[in-house]
Design a protein around this ligand. Structure first.
Ligand SMILES: NC(=O)c1ccc[n+]([C@@H]2O[C@H](COP(=O)([O-])OP(=O)(O)OC[C@H]3O[C@@H](n4cnc5c(N)ncnc54)[C@H](O)[C@@H]3O)[C@@H](O)[C@H]2O)c1
Length: 367
């Protein structure tokens, strides 16, 4: 077996731990070092990744010539400097999205990344999903005719205000950029026009629910609904997550509940239905394609920084459009406090993104 690739991890929070677990399960990776700003988190890393060096400063990772690649899993504000330091030290990069805290910094980074000879993958996890690949293959076979309408919904009891992720922005950017990317990926065209409506749930300053609709340059139309407002205090936590692609002749659609995904394909020659594991963020697929790309010296299908930045730019613009339409307020600050308190006491299951570093088994959470 070839020598394993050596990874240095920056940020051992929820995503960092997920990526490390995927690398530990992979034959292609060895986690060589972990850095996190938080002392308690470093202690957790020392327990869970006993063979890795644990650092309170990232320079030791960038300066280690034996490290092939870095995983950048802190928040958006730290990423630009870390990407630049990685490229300067000739490390390949696996970065979380967004790659920076504002669009002009992100575009500057794209220019630097594309001018470098290093491979940079960004975790647009939907692009690694079996269900989207199945649907896109069906569309490419001509089964639904010409693509006409893309409808995407992602409503869950996810991240609340005051629970972190401030540099990533409100949910329509933090999470919604994934679905802005998915619609563009399906349309194979650039966004042309949109109108967005928001809602300031619980009187919070930012809209926590946004719906945008509009057109792509090729005439395909879309609507995207995203909100972390779905049943927070319901006894059983619900989700409403789907992609519905309407063609001139047929339909291809999927829905998921974070445990399973179901694809239903209504084509002119065949009707197919498949249910299989949702597989959360598909980090196993991501670390595999990233490793194989490094070994091959070319991109074998990794999601790209340019796509991430377009999704980030357009989702900020749609969010700002929603804000310009003066989103109405529903609910009260007291309800928001009740939800925050409720979530602090949750221990596991869907709809329960508990901020604890002691319970990694609770990390299959919706967002
Ligand atoms: N692709 C996806 O589907 C997806 C899903 C969730 C989060 N994310 C992204 O992943 C990133 C991490 O999110 P998370 O949910 O894991 O957050 P988190 O808060 O759980 O983890 C962040 C970790 O980084 C550490 N950290 C923060 N700033 C740091 C710095 N300057 N130097 C070193 N360590 C630092 C924190 O101590 C924490 O351990 C975010 O950018 C988020 O947008 C992506």
């Amino acid at each position: 077996m070839p020598k394993k690739l050596r990874a240095g991890i920056l940020g051992y929070g929820r995503m960092g731990r997920g990526f490390v677990a995927a690398m530990q399960d992979s034959e292609l990776w060895e986690v060589a070092a972990v850095y996190d700003i938080c002392d308690q988190t470093r202690r957790l890393a020392a327990q869970q990744v006993p063979n890795a060096a644990i650092y309170d400063d990232p320079d030791a990772i960038f300066g280690d010539a034996s490290i092939d690649a870095v995983g950048l899993f802190t928040l958006a504000d730290a990423r630009p400097q870390q990407i630049r330091q990685a490229l300067a030290n000739r490390k390949h990069v696996l970065a979380e999205k967004p790659i920076g805290p504002d669009v002009s910094t992100e575009w500057q980074l794209v220019r630097e990344i594309e001018a470098s000879d290093r491979l940079v993958a960004v975790n647009l996890f939907n692009r690694n999903a079996w269900y989207h690949k199945d649907i896109q293959r069906f569309i490419a076979e001509g089964e639904i005719g010409d693509l006409a309408v893309i409808r995407i919904c992602h409503m869950t009891p996810g991240h609340m205000p005051l629970e972190g992720h401030d540099p990533e922005g409100p949910p329509f950017h933090d999470c919604g950029m994934h679905y802005v990317d998915v619609a563009r990926w399906y349309a194979q065209s650039e966004y042309q026009s949109w109108h967005a409506q928001g809602l300031r749930m619980w009187g919070h300053k930012d809209p926590w629910w946004v719906q945008a609709h509009g057109t792509f340059a090729n005439g395909v139309v879309f609507d995207i609904t995203q909100g972390f407002i779905y049943g927070h205090l319901a006894k059983e936590k619900p989700h409403h997550c789907y992609v519905d692609v309407v063609g001139t002749k047929g339909v291809a659609r999927m829905r998921h509940d974070f445990a399973e995904a179901t694809v239903e394909l209504y084509g002119v020659h065949k009707t197919l239905c498949k249910t299989a594991a949702f597989n959360d963020k598909k980090l196993d697929v991501m670390v595999d394609v990233f490793a194989r790309s490094i070994l091959a010296g070319k991109n074998l299908g990794m999601p790209q920084a340019r796509d991430s930045v377009i999704a980030s730019e357009v989702s900020w613009a749609m969010l700002n459009d929603a804000i310009s339409h003066v989103p109405p307020v529903r609910g009260t600050p007291e309800e928001m406090q009740q939800i925050l308190e409720h979530r602090r006491n949750l221990v596991n299951g869907f709809g329960l993104p508990v901020k604890t570093q002691k319970q990694p088994e609770s990390e299959l959470v919706p967002d």
